[in-house]
Design a protein around this ligand. Structure first.
Ligand SMILES: [Ca+2]
Ligand SMILES: [Ca+2]
Ligand SMILES: [Ca+2]
Length: 430
């Protein structure tokens, strides 16, 4: 073994010496170099790098031997198709999905729609800034499910119209269902259809309404709290579904004055005391009814906590329509103005007029439209379509509860009428 290795090593050294001598003689410089002589000089273009003292610009700048094979690789690496394909020659399907840009053209975010509105959703699709035509997608509502599906038009738009969205806040989502790519967009809107409507044109449903004290439904189609008689107190309480907590819109109409028929009336003699619309956040309807039975008469308008109720913790919201000036400066009820007024009060406290506005013509016996919007801690009240209160009431976090109408008379009196109650819940945005 030892002898054999020596023999091979000696043979290899001899061959190397011959090769080095040949190379030195043939190419002291690169091809084209004046010092290059011998048959290999002509072949330097493809097979040998310049090993001489200066590069040969004409034939050797790219480094031919290495350069040829790297250039071949470069062609594959930089080929756009090959970069994504399993096969190097780009003839197989590209597996990269498209990121579609999806956006809602209309409606504007946080739009609130009313009753009978036809809502049109328009979505724009694009792929890298180019309108994406013929892309399959669908539009969904978080409340109502799929609203429509189809393919985008030539301009990249897709449109769905509906007039049957359910009440409340919706998250609308546009979703690409095309298998070539994906994309989504979302939009928040509100639908504020007037929900529960109570025209009071027929007998009160005993499962829904309870009358307290002197109040009753007038057979002509409204609620009467007192009649135009002295020292009365009445209330009608909704013992059915409570109003949900959160944002709400409510409307109804009121009439107070001396004439038997609502409308113009020539009797402008002194009248009192007023009436109120309350939302009572009790656990049970029975508690709400008991509260109204025990509430304060006279200046308390049938909603304020009486002396017997002072220790009762209540979470209640009231809008009063006050037509008699109370001015008890000894801890009783002191109205903020001697003029008829509309006011927001809380928790059965008729002394604290949290928000208020004068309403001089309240007692004209005509019907007046009232609309109350509660959005967060903001309360907006419209009187005959005109905003008379629009302010934040610190601490007001609407708890919902049972609706109660009430009214009172004392030495002076009036009719106190409510009609046409409608409620739209949880459909507004803060
Ligand atoms: Ca009516
Ligand atoms: Ca008063
Ligand atoms: Ca008052």
């Amino acid at each position: 073994m030892q002898l054999s290795l020596h023999t091979h090593r000696d043979t290899l050294c001899a061959l190397t010496a011959v090769l080095m001598a040949f190379l030195t003689a043939a190419c002291a410089g690169g091809a084209g170099d004046a010092r290059c002589t011998g048959p290999r000089c002509a072949d330097a273009v493809t097979n040998f790098r310049d090993v001489g003292p200066a590069p040969d610009a004409a034939t050797d700048a790219a480094g031919d031997l290495i350069g040829d094979s790297i250039d071949g690789l470069d062609a594959d690496v930089t080929d756009a198709d090959d970069a994504h394909d399993a096969a190097p020659d780009g003839d197989e399907p590209d597996t990269t999905s498209i990121d579609y840009q999806v956006s809602f053209v209309s409606p504007a975010a946080r739009t609130v729609f009313g009753a009978a509105d036809n809502v049109q959703f328009v979505v724009q699709l694009s792929d890298g800034g180019v309108d994406a035509e013929g892309v399959a997608l669908r539009i969904e509502s978080s409340r109502d499910g799929v609203l429509g599906s189809g393919n985008s038009a030539t301009d990249g738009t897709f449109t769905v119209s509906t007039s049957s969205l359910s009440n409340g806040q919706h998250t609308i989502t546009a979703i690409v269902t095309d298998d070539r790519g994906s994309g989504t967009a979302t939009l928040a809107i509100g639908v504020c259809r007037w929900g529960a409507a109570f025209p009071f044109d027929t007998d009160l449903d005993a499962a829904t309404w309870t009358s307290v004290g002197n109040a009753y439904r007038d057979e002509r189609g409204w609620l009467e709290m007192t009649g135009d008689a002295q020292s009365r107190k009445g209330a009608i309480v909704n013992i059915g579904e409570p109003v949900a907590p959160g944002d709400v819109r409510m409307r109804f109409r009121i009439s107070t004055g001396h004439c038997t028929d609502p409308g113009s009336c020539s009797n402008f003699s002194e009248g009192a005391d007023g009436f109120a619309y309350s939302i009572l956040a009790f656990e049970t309807a029975a508690e709400a009814v008991t509260y109204m039975e025990d509430a304060l008469n006279g200046g308390g308008l049938g909603y304020a906590r009486s002396s017997a109720q002072q220790s009762l913790a209540v979470e209640t919201f009231h809008v009063e329509f006050d037509t008699y000036f109370n001015n008890d400066q000894n801890g009783g009820i002191a109205d903020p103005t001697s003029t008829n007024h509309i006011a927001v009060t809380l928790n059965g406290d008729a002394r604290n007029h949290v928000l208020w506005s004068e309403a001089a013509n309240l007692e004209d016996n005509n019907w007046h439209d009232i609309e109350i919007e509660i959005v967060g801690s903001r309360v907006v009240i419209r009187y005959d379509g005109v905003v008379v209160i629009d302010d934040v009431s610190p601490g007001l976090e609407f708890k919902g509860g049972f609706i109660a109408f009430s009214g009172t008379t004392g030495y002076f009196s009036n009719h106190h009428r409510f009609d046409a109650l409608e409620i739209a819940e949880s459909c507004l945005f803060q």
